[in-house]
Design a binder for this molecule. Structure first.
Ligand code: FAD
Length: 404
């Protein structure tokens, strides 16, 4: 019988697990241990929080009173040092043991820092925590020369925020059209081109080295003859899942903490959720999903496992991102489609791309048209047959598409 649950990590996955346990009727001891000051949300870190239009209180995952109301014992500013499943406990830095019948690992990850010469310079930033954003913000002063490395989701958002703050921004990536796998080549190219229309210079290259000078940081790029001088560099080159506790506890780790579809690790007393969890389905390891909503769903599924109740229905993976005041949403992976259908015009106020295979929608992405993606998601989840002409017709309301 599970009476004491300890959740390690207070990101959206950990807090969602706690919330779902309580709303599902869990009445036992519930402890959330987090290394940070208090649990806050990460997506605003590259958007409003970095721009300074939201403060740390406004990005809290839950108001302070919530933890008392839900009887969640929050132990913050504390990094769990070891899992001790055999002793039914987790270990805190002062050697104390917290009793735990079941442990949920929700440890997220850290920003990747590739081994590039000079990368340890103070002018080279990453963005994963509120502290990272607080360190970066003063460097994004009007007129500052900023290089963003990596034109994926976070890099593009940082470039967009930096240019909005008045910086001169270069965005470098070795890939010609970043995000093509998820968004499809057409939409990904349109989004990448949007940078140039907003005074962000895109460069196709990799970074060879950083050299700190009195006047800035000199960056050598492949395929660019002369080194370039910047005031600040921001790396947006991916995340490294936090698997150390799992590894030390002897759990199966393979570029993520390996879990089954109920989020149970190779030790039945330990579950894992959110960015570091890697699901094995039908014997195959799936890629990790590093998106906010997936982390929230993981929490709900792990709670169902602990409660012994039916897990929520699976749903197609969804994320959003914002750049240059355009709101992008995507569901599924457009590169898995046989063909695509465009609704609206790429240079209109809003549009969507649907990906089809065998008469079904398998993916969609939109710019400023979230209702199209919402409809597509239902069509994917319920396998509603798709009519390409109706999908392409903006006069057909998205909810009417669900009638097939
Ligand atoms: C800048 C940024 C922008 C993003 N924007 C978007 C977006 O627009 N859309 C989207 O879908 N997704 C976005 N994401 C991704 C999304 O935020 C993540 O997928 C989500 O935060 C993952 O949640 P998590 O709880 O798994 O991990 P995290 O949010 O990383 O939380 C993990 C927590 O565990 C704590 N921890 C780690 N080790 C220990 C330990 N030993 N003891 C105690 N605590 C520990 C950490 O301090 C941290 O608080 C963004 C991410 C970043 C960084």
């Amino acid at each position: 019988m599970t009476e004491r649950v300890v959740i390690v990590g207070g990101g959206v996955a950990g807090v969602s697990t706690a919330a779902a346990l309580r709303s599902g009727g869990f009445d036992g001891d519930l402890t959330l241990v987090d290394a940070g000051d208090f649990p806050y949300d990460r997506p605003p870190l590259s958007k409003d929080f970095l721009a300074g239009t939201k403060d740390i209180k406004q990005i809290a995952l839950q108001p302070p009173q919530w933890y008392d109301d839900q009887r969640v014992r929050l132990i913050n500013r504390t990094a769990v040092t070891a899992l001790r499943p055999r002793d039914a406990a987790v270990e805190l830095p002062d050697g104390r043991l917290l009793p735990a019948d079941r442990v949920v690992l929700a440890t997220g990850g850290g920003a990747a820092r590739p081994p590039i010469p000079g990368i340890d310079s103070d002018r080279v930033h990453v963005l994963r925590t509120a502290d990272d954003a607080d360190r970066l913000r003063p460097a994004l002063a009007p007129g500052a020369r900023v290089l963003v490395v990596g034109a994926g989701l976070i890099g593009a958002e940082v470039a967009s925020t930096a240019v909005r703050l008045g910086c001169q921004v270069d965005l470098v990536d070795p890939v010609a059209v970043p995000l093509a796998a998820v968004l499809g080549p057409e939409l990904a190219a349109w989004l990448h081109d949007l940078h140039a229309r907003h005074r962000v210079t895109t460069l196709r290259a990799s970074v060879e080295s950083f050299t700190e000078l009195r006047t800035g940081i000199e960056v050598r790029l492949t395929s660019v003859a002369e080194p370039r001088l910047y005031d600040a560099v921001v790396l947006g080159v991916g995340m490294v899942p936090c698997t150390e506790l799992a590894r030390l506890a002897g759990l199966e780790v393979d570029r993520g903490i390996v879990v089954d579809e109920r989020h149970v690790t190779s030790n039945p007393a330990v579950l894992a959720v959110g960015d570091p969890a890697r699901v094995r389905r039908d014997g195959a390891l799936l890629p990790r999903t590093e998106h906010w909503e997936a982390a929230r769903h993981d929490g709900a599924r792990a709670a169902a496992t602990l409660l012994g109740t039916a897990p929520p229905e699976p749903t197609a993976p969804w994320f959003w991102t914002d750049r240059h005041a355009r709101h992008v949403e995507a569901v599924g992976h457009l590169d898995t489609a046989e063909h695509t259908v465009v609704r609206g015009a790429f240079d209109g106020p809003s549009f969507a791309v649907f990906g089809l295979r065998d008469g079904l929608v398998v993916a969609a992405a939109s710019v400023d048209d979230p209702s199209a993606v919402r409809a597509a998601r239902r069509m994917i989840d319920r396998r509603i047959p798709a009519d390409a002409d109706r999908l392409a017709d903006p006069s057909v309301k998205p909810r009417d598409l669900l009638r097939g």
